[in-house]
Design a protein around this ligand. Structure first.
Ligand code: GUN
Length: 298
């Protein structure tokens, strides 16, 4: 048996095309483009790559991109002042502070300062509370993108057993809330979970977000389950390579023998994160400018 490979890249391209349509309609109605501000503090190489691709994707979708690059030794007060300025800027609909921040900065305080209606990352306490309460609001990009892939494949998720491996604020916790809202029976597993293989074997839906290369084995999976692999891990280079291979948290070669459907790494959840960020920005723009969102799927 060989599982269906869920094509996140194609799904993300589709979503981006739909976002571009909504962005064009918004620009017509509002007389300005929807705008996303991305804040990068310091020189983390991976963060620089992410921020550059977010900026490019924003412009490709017909939205305005505002990049704020600050030195690694930026003071907390200066960063908070920038957030306040972006909160007050009517051309900015979405604000994303790239994480992690340098160690001397209070990440939670910085994120909490973002206007919840511009919180396109869905990470502020208000956004988190809205999600937990089932109120409308902005939802973290990677979990929402993962949910879109699941619903596209499975339709209704109601009554299914879902296991989320990992309890991070960025992925695990919001993912569990989203699955609960879809009426799944949700288990959050983590580093202290006893007999993880037995917990995973119960699941119709497995979401892996632990950051450990190929940790989840084929023998742990229930035959016919759907696997969403959020992990992006680079293995050490093999002979003759300059860079190691990218792998997920799931042993892909084993999982395709057991599961009904699996997301690959790369090309699965990864491309969804930016597509959903753009989606959240255009949705926030409509809300903030008082422009009704046209009916349709976003
Ligand atoms: N760093 C890695 N992923 C993310 C993300 O989704 N949002 C932010 N703000 N920082 C990140």
């Amino acid at each position: 048996m060989s599982a269906e490979i869920i094509d996140g890249k194609a799904f993300a391209a589709d979503l981006r095309a739909r976002v571009a349509d909504y962005a064009a309609t918004f620009a017509q109605a509002a007389g300005r483009k929807a705008g996303l501000a991305v804040v990068l503090v310091g020189e983390d190489p991976a963060s620089k790559v992410y921020v550059a691709s977010k900026g490019r994707a924003t412009i490709e979708c017909g939205m305005a991109s505002f990049e704020h690059k600050l030195p690694a030794d930026t003071a907390q007060e200066a960063l908070i002042a920038l957030i306040d300025q972006l909160n007050a800027d009517p051309l900015v609909d979405g604000i994303l502070v790239q994480l992690p921040l340098p160690g001397h900065l209070d990440e939670q305080a910085v994120v909490a300062r973002i206007d919840p209606d511009k919180d396109v990352d869905g990470l502020t306490p208000i956004s988190t509370g809205r999600l937990a309460l089932g109120q409308p609001g902005l939802v973290p990009c990677t979990p929402l993108g993962s949910l879109m892939l699941l619903k596209d494949r499975l339709g209704s998720l109601s009554g299914l057993d879902a296991v989320v491996i990992g309890r991070s604020i960025l992925v695990g916790k919001p993912m569990a809330q989203l699955l609960l809202a879809e009426n799944c029976t949700v288990t959050i597993a983590h580093s202290r979970t006893r007999d993880l293989p037995a917990v995973v074997r119960r699941a119709d839906i497995v979401v892996a977000a632990v950051g450990r290369p190929e940790m989840i084995k084929g023998s742990w999976l229930k035959p016919g389950c759907t696997v969403i692999d959020v992990g992006i891990n680079r293995l050490p280079p093999e002979d003759g390579q300059t860079k190691g291979r990218l792998v997920g948290d799931v042993d892909f070669a084993e999982a395709v023998q057991v599961a009904a459907a699996v997301t690959p790494v790369p090309g699965g959840v990864g491309p969804m994160t930016i597509a959903v960020l753009l989606r959240n920005t255009v949705v926030a723009a409509h809300c903030n400018a008082g422009v009704a969102l046209a009916a349709g799927a976003l």
